[in-house]
Design a protein around this ligand. Sequence first.
Ligand code: SAM
Length: 296
Amino acid sequence: MTDTWDAWISRLERDHSLLEPNRLRQRIEVLDRLESHPTWGAGRGGGADPRLSTELHDRMGLLCADLEAANQRVYASIREAIQQGNGAQSLLEWAAAVGPVDDVRHRVDSEGYDGLDALLSGVLQIEEPSPEAQLAAEMVFYQPTPARHIFELIVRTGLSEHDVLFDLGSGLGHVPLLAAICTRARCVGIEWEAAYVDCARRCAKALNLANVTFARQDARAADLSSGTVFYLYTPFTGAMLGDVLAMLRREAAAREIRIGTLGPCTANFAREPWLEYAGMPNSSGLAVFRSVDLRV
Ligand SMILES: C[S@@+](CC[C@H](N)C(=O)[O-])C[C@H]1O[C@@H](n2cnc3c(N)ncnc32)[C@H](O)[C@@H]1O
Protein backbone atom coordinates (compact mmCIF):
# COMPACT_ATOMS: atom_id res chain seq x y z
CA MET A 1 0.00 0.00 0.00
CA THR A 2 2.82 2.38 0.98
CA ASP A 3 4.51 1.57 -2.35
CA THR A 4 1.35 2.50 -4.25
CA TRP A 5 1.11 5.82 -2.46
CA ASP A 6 4.84 6.36 -2.97
CA ALA A 7 4.57 5.77 -6.72
CA TRP A 8 1.54 8.03 -6.99
CA ILE A 9 3.19 10.83 -5.00
CA SER A 10 6.34 10.54 -7.14
CA ARG A 11 4.27 10.88 -10.31
CA LEU A 12 2.54 13.96 -8.96
CA GLU A 13 5.83 15.54 -7.86
CA ARG A 14 7.15 15.21 -11.42
CA ASP A 15 4.00 16.71 -12.97
CA HIS A 16 4.77 20.44 -12.71
CA SER A 17 1.76 21.34 -14.87
CA LEU A 18 -0.38 20.37 -11.89
CA LEU A 19 0.36 23.79 -10.40
CA GLU A 20 -0.96 25.66 -13.44
CA PRO A 21 -4.15 27.59 -12.61
CA ASN A 22 -6.40 25.71 -15.01
CA ARG A 23 -5.70 22.37 -13.31
CA LEU A 24 -7.84 23.34 -10.31
CA ARG A 25 -10.13 20.35 -10.72
CA GLN A 26 -7.22 17.88 -10.72
CA ARG A 27 -5.71 19.56 -7.66
CA ILE A 28 -8.99 19.33 -5.78
CA GLU A 29 -9.19 15.62 -6.69
CA VAL A 30 -5.62 15.00 -5.54
CA LEU A 31 -6.17 16.87 -2.25
CA ASP A 32 -9.36 14.92 -1.73
CA ARG A 33 -7.52 11.63 -2.25
CA LEU A 34 -4.71 12.69 0.07
CA GLU A 35 -7.29 13.53 2.73
CA SER A 36 -8.81 10.08 2.22
CA HIS A 37 -5.52 8.39 3.18
CA PRO A 38 -6.39 6.20 6.18
CA THR A 39 -4.12 8.10 8.56
CA TRP A 40 -2.78 11.07 6.60
CA GLY A 41 -5.54 13.40 7.83
CA ALA A 42 -4.80 12.38 11.44
CA GLY A 43 -1.06 12.70 10.76
CA ARG A 44 -1.54 16.28 9.56
CA GLY A 45 -3.40 17.05 12.75
CA GLY A 46 -0.57 15.87 14.98
CA GLY A 47 0.30 12.22 15.66
CA ALA A 48 2.72 10.57 13.23
CA ASP A 49 1.36 7.70 11.18
CA PRO A 50 3.35 4.55 11.97
CA ARG A 51 2.47 3.07 8.56
CA LEU A 52 3.93 6.03 6.67
CA SER A 53 7.67 6.56 6.49
CA THR A 54 8.66 9.99 7.78
CA GLU A 55 10.06 10.72 4.33
CA LEU A 56 6.81 9.94 2.52
CA HIS A 57 4.83 11.79 5.18
CA ASP A 58 6.95 14.93 4.63
CA ARG A 59 6.66 14.68 0.84
CA MET A 60 2.89 14.41 1.10
CA GLY A 61 2.91 17.50 3.31
CA LEU A 62 4.96 19.50 0.81
CA LEU A 63 2.83 18.39 -2.13
CA CYS A 64 -0.33 19.27 -0.24
CA ALA A 65 1.00 22.74 0.63
CA ASP A 66 1.98 23.42 -3.01
CA LEU A 67 -1.43 22.34 -4.31
CA GLU A 68 -3.30 24.35 -1.69
CA ALA A 69 -1.19 27.43 -2.46
CA ALA A 70 -1.99 27.09 -6.19
CA ASN A 71 -5.70 26.81 -5.35
CA GLN A 72 -5.53 29.86 -3.09
CA ARG A 73 -4.16 31.88 -6.02
CA VAL A 74 -7.19 30.89 -8.12
CA TYR A 75 -9.60 31.66 -5.26
CA ALA A 76 -7.93 35.05 -4.73
CA SER A 77 -8.45 35.92 -8.41
CA ILE A 78 -12.14 34.99 -8.21
CA ARG A 79 -12.57 37.00 -4.98
CA GLU A 80 -10.99 40.00 -6.70
CA ALA A 81 -13.41 39.69 -9.63
CA ILE A 82 -16.34 39.52 -7.18
CA GLN A 83 -15.08 42.57 -5.28
CA GLN A 84 -14.95 44.46 -8.58
CA GLY A 85 -18.49 43.41 -9.49
CA ASN A 86 -17.52 40.82 -12.16
CA GLY A 87 -17.86 37.78 -9.97
CA ALA A 88 -20.60 35.91 -11.81
CA GLN A 89 -18.62 35.31 -14.99
CA SER A 90 -15.43 34.37 -13.18
CA LEU A 91 -17.10 32.04 -10.70
CA LEU A 92 -19.31 30.35 -13.29
CA GLU A 93 -16.36 29.72 -15.58
CA TRP A 94 -14.39 28.11 -12.76
CA ALA A 95 -17.45 26.15 -11.63
CA ALA A 96 -17.81 24.74 -15.15
CA ALA A 97 -14.14 23.77 -15.14
CA VAL A 98 -14.26 22.13 -11.71
CA GLY A 99 -17.40 20.08 -12.14
CA PRO A 100 -20.02 20.75 -14.75
CA VAL A 101 -23.21 21.09 -12.75
CA ASP A 102 -25.17 19.12 -15.33
CA ASP A 103 -22.77 16.20 -15.21
CA VAL A 104 -24.82 13.44 -13.60
CA ARG A 105 -21.71 11.34 -12.92
CA HIS A 106 -20.88 13.72 -10.11
CA ARG A 107 -24.24 13.41 -8.44
CA VAL A 108 -23.44 10.62 -6.05
CA ASP A 109 -26.42 11.40 -3.84
CA SER A 110 -28.38 14.49 -2.93
CA GLU A 111 -26.27 15.32 0.11
CA GLY A 112 -22.77 14.38 -1.08
CA TYR A 113 -20.25 17.18 -1.50
CA ASP A 114 -17.92 17.51 -4.48
CA GLY A 115 -15.33 19.78 -6.11
CA LEU A 116 -17.84 22.62 -6.40
CA ASP A 117 -17.99 22.77 -2.61
CA ALA A 118 -14.20 23.02 -2.42
CA LEU A 119 -14.41 25.89 -4.93
CA LEU A 120 -17.18 27.68 -3.02
CA SER A 121 -15.45 27.29 0.32
CA GLY A 122 -12.19 28.60 -1.20
CA VAL A 123 -13.98 31.63 -2.60
CA LEU A 124 -16.09 32.46 0.45
CA GLN A 125 -13.31 31.76 2.98
CA ILE A 126 -15.72 31.34 5.90
CA GLU A 127 -14.36 29.63 9.00
CA GLU A 128 -17.20 27.75 10.70
CA PRO A 129 -17.56 29.01 14.29
CA SER A 130 -18.85 26.98 17.20
CA PRO A 131 -22.59 27.59 17.53
CA GLU A 132 -23.66 29.47 20.65
CA ALA A 133 -27.46 29.45 20.58
CA GLN A 134 -29.64 26.66 21.92
CA LEU A 135 -31.63 24.94 19.19
CA ALA A 136 -35.24 24.19 20.10
CA ALA A 137 -36.32 20.58 19.56
CA GLU A 138 -37.73 21.22 16.07
CA MET A 139 -34.75 23.26 14.83
CA VAL A 140 -32.31 21.37 12.62
CA PHE A 141 -28.55 21.81 13.13
CA TYR A 142 -26.38 23.46 10.49
CA GLN A 143 -25.35 21.61 7.39
CA PRO A 144 -24.60 23.49 4.17
CA THR A 145 -26.45 22.88 0.94
CA PRO A 146 -24.05 21.21 -1.52
CA ALA A 147 -22.96 23.89 -3.99
CA ARG A 148 -24.33 22.09 -7.06
CA HIS A 149 -27.84 22.40 -5.60
CA ILE A 150 -27.38 26.14 -5.14
CA PHE A 151 -26.38 26.54 -8.80
CA GLU A 152 -29.36 24.39 -9.74
CA LEU A 153 -31.68 26.48 -7.55
CA ILE A 154 -30.52 29.66 -9.29
CA VAL A 155 -31.12 28.17 -12.73
CA ARG A 156 -34.42 26.40 -12.02
CA THR A 157 -36.04 29.39 -10.27
CA GLY A 158 -34.77 31.72 -13.02
CA LEU A 159 -33.49 34.02 -10.26
CA SER A 160 -33.11 37.55 -11.64
CA GLU A 161 -32.89 41.22 -10.70
CA HIS A 162 -36.69 41.20 -10.24
CA ASP A 163 -36.46 38.70 -7.39
CA VAL A 164 -35.93 38.73 -3.66
CA LEU A 165 -34.58 35.40 -2.45
CA PHE A 166 -35.04 34.37 1.19
CA ASP A 167 -33.06 31.47 2.64
CA LEU A 168 -34.99 30.49 5.78
CA GLY A 169 -32.41 29.06 8.17
CA SER A 170 -29.44 30.33 6.19
CA GLY A 171 -26.58 28.97 8.35
CA LEU A 172 -23.28 30.43 7.16
CA GLY A 173 -25.06 32.02 4.24
CA HIS A 174 -23.76 29.96 1.31
CA VAL A 175 -27.07 30.12 -0.58
CA PRO A 176 -27.72 33.90 -0.39
CA LEU A 177 -24.01 34.66 -0.91
CA LEU A 178 -23.66 32.51 -4.02
CA ALA A 179 -26.97 33.77 -5.41
CA ALA A 180 -25.84 37.37 -4.79
CA ILE A 181 -22.58 36.73 -6.64
CA CYS A 182 -24.22 35.00 -9.62
CA THR A 183 -27.35 37.13 -10.06
CA ARG A 184 -28.65 40.62 -9.45
CA ALA A 185 -31.44 39.38 -7.19
CA ARG A 186 -31.69 40.79 -3.68
CA CYS A 187 -30.79 37.98 -1.33
CA VAL A 188 -31.70 37.63 2.33
CA GLY A 189 -30.59 35.06 4.89
CA ILE A 190 -32.63 34.50 8.05
CA GLU A 191 -30.76 32.55 10.70
CA TRP A 192 -31.25 31.76 14.38
CA GLU A 193 -27.55 31.33 15.26
CA ALA A 194 -25.89 34.72 15.75
CA ALA A 195 -22.35 33.39 15.21
CA TYR A 196 -23.33 32.16 11.74
CA VAL A 197 -24.97 35.48 10.87
CA ASP A 198 -21.80 37.37 11.88
CA CYS A 199 -19.67 35.14 9.63
CA ALA A 200 -22.03 35.52 6.68
CA ARG A 201 -22.12 39.31 7.07
CA ARG A 202 -18.31 39.51 7.26
CA CYS A 203 -18.06 37.46 4.08
CA ALA A 204 -20.56 39.70 2.24
CA LYS A 205 -18.60 42.77 3.35
CA ALA A 206 -15.23 41.33 2.36
CA LEU A 207 -16.61 40.53 -1.11
CA ASN A 208 -18.29 43.96 -1.52
CA LEU A 209 -21.67 42.33 -2.07
CA ALA A 210 -24.34 45.01 -1.77
CA ASN A 211 -27.30 42.79 -2.70
CA VAL A 212 -27.22 40.41 0.25
CA THR A 213 -28.24 40.89 3.88
CA PHE A 214 -28.54 38.62 6.89
CA ALA A 215 -30.88 38.85 9.87
CA ARG A 216 -30.45 37.03 13.16
CA GLN A 217 -34.01 35.96 13.65
CA ASP A 218 -36.42 33.11 14.16
CA ALA A 219 -37.84 32.44 10.69
CA ARG A 220 -41.33 32.51 12.24
CA ALA A 221 -40.82 36.19 13.12
CA ALA A 222 -39.42 37.25 9.72
CA ASP A 223 -41.18 39.71 7.44
CA LEU A 224 -41.45 37.73 4.20
CA SER A 225 -43.56 40.29 2.35
CA SER A 226 -40.85 41.25 -0.15
CA GLY A 227 -39.89 37.67 -1.05
CA THR A 228 -40.50 36.15 -4.45
CA VAL A 229 -38.30 33.06 -4.07
CA PHE A 230 -37.88 31.10 -0.83
CA TYR A 231 -35.40 28.35 -0.08
CA LEU A 232 -35.44 25.82 2.74
CA TYR A 233 -32.90 23.08 3.33
CA THR A 234 -35.03 21.39 6.02
CA PRO A 235 -34.21 24.00 8.67
CA PHE A 236 -36.96 22.86 11.06
CA THR A 237 -39.60 20.19 11.40
CA GLY A 238 -42.98 19.58 13.01
CA ALA A 239 -45.15 22.49 14.17
CA MET A 240 -42.37 25.00 13.41
CA LEU A 241 -42.33 23.94 9.77
CA GLY A 242 -46.14 24.04 9.80
CA ASP A 243 -46.07 27.65 11.05
CA VAL A 244 -43.66 28.72 8.31
CA LEU A 245 -45.69 26.87 5.67
CA ALA A 246 -48.74 28.85 6.82
CA MET A 247 -46.73 32.10 6.54
CA LEU A 248 -45.65 31.21 3.02
CA ARG A 249 -49.20 30.37 2.07
CA ARG A 250 -50.27 33.86 3.23
CA GLU A 251 -47.55 35.38 1.00
CA ALA A 252 -48.76 33.24 -1.89
CA ALA A 253 -52.25 34.68 -1.46
CA ALA A 254 -50.83 38.08 -2.40
CA ARG A 255 -48.52 37.13 -5.29
CA GLU A 256 -46.97 34.14 -7.03
CA ILE A 257 -43.97 32.80 -5.17
CA ARG A 258 -41.45 30.06 -5.98
CA ILE A 259 -40.04 27.77 -3.32
CA GLY A 260 -36.94 25.59 -3.51
CA THR A 261 -36.60 22.77 -1.00
CA LEU A 262 -33.99 20.17 -0.18
CA GLY A 263 -34.18 17.27 2.22
CA PRO A 264 -37.10 15.73 4.11
CA CYS A 265 -39.14 18.98 4.24
CA THR A 266 -39.81 18.55 0.50
CA ALA A 267 -42.48 15.95 1.33
CA ASN A 268 -44.35 18.53 3.46
CA PHE A 269 -44.31 21.07 0.64
CA ALA A 270 -45.37 18.47 -1.93
CA ARG A 271 -48.56 17.84 0.11
CA GLU A 272 -49.64 21.50 0.03
CA PRO A 273 -52.58 22.03 -2.38
CA TRP A 274 -51.53 25.66 -3.04
CA LEU A 275 -48.20 24.55 -4.50
CA GLU A 276 -47.35 22.77 -7.73
CA TYR A 277 -44.04 21.50 -9.03
CA ALA A 278 -42.28 24.01 -11.29
CA GLY A 279 -40.91 21.69 -13.94
CA MET A 280 -40.55 17.98 -13.44
CA PRO A 281 -39.00 16.93 -10.15
CA ASN A 282 -35.67 15.29 -10.92
CA SER A 283 -33.42 12.89 -9.10
CA SER A 284 -30.99 15.54 -7.81
CA GLY A 285 -32.97 16.01 -4.61
CA LEU A 286 -33.75 19.70 -5.10
CA ALA A 287 -37.45 20.41 -5.62
CA VAL A 288 -38.83 23.67 -7.00
CA PHE A 289 -42.47 24.62 -6.47
CA ARG A 290 -44.55 27.57 -7.55
CA SER A 291 -47.75 28.76 -5.89
CA VAL A 292 -51.02 28.45 -7.71
CA ASP A 293 -53.16 31.55 -8.05
CA LEU A 294 -55.06 31.77 -4.77
CA ARG A 295 -56.90 34.96 -5.75
CA VAL A 296 -59.35 33.25 -8.16
C1 SAM B 1 -29.79 22.38 7.41
S1 SAM B 1 -29.18 24.00 7.86
C2 SAM B 1 -29.37 24.84 6.33
C3 SAM B 1 -28.35 25.96 6.14
C4 SAM B 1 -28.45 26.75 4.85
N1 SAM B 1 -29.81 27.05 4.47
C5 SAM B 1 -27.81 26.03 3.71
O1 SAM B 1 -28.55 25.39 2.98
O2 SAM B 1 -26.58 26.07 3.55
C6 SAM B 1 -30.52 24.62 8.87
C7 SAM B 1 -30.24 25.96 9.51
O3 SAM B 1 -31.46 26.49 9.98
C8 SAM B 1 -31.22 27.18 11.20
N2 SAM B 1 -32.51 27.27 11.91
C9 SAM B 1 -33.17 26.27 12.55
N3 SAM B 1 -34.34 26.73 13.04
C10 SAM B 1 -34.44 28.04 12.71
C11 SAM B 1 -35.42 29.05 12.91
N4 SAM B 1 -36.56 28.80 13.57
N5 SAM B 1 -35.18 30.29 12.42
C12 SAM B 1 -34.05 30.56 11.74
N6 SAM B 1 -33.07 29.63 11.53
C13 SAM B 1 -33.27 28.38 11.99
C14 SAM B 1 -30.15 26.35 11.89
O4 SAM B 1 -29.44 27.10 12.86
C15 SAM B 1 -29.27 25.95 10.70
O5 SAM B 1 -28.25 26.89 10.49
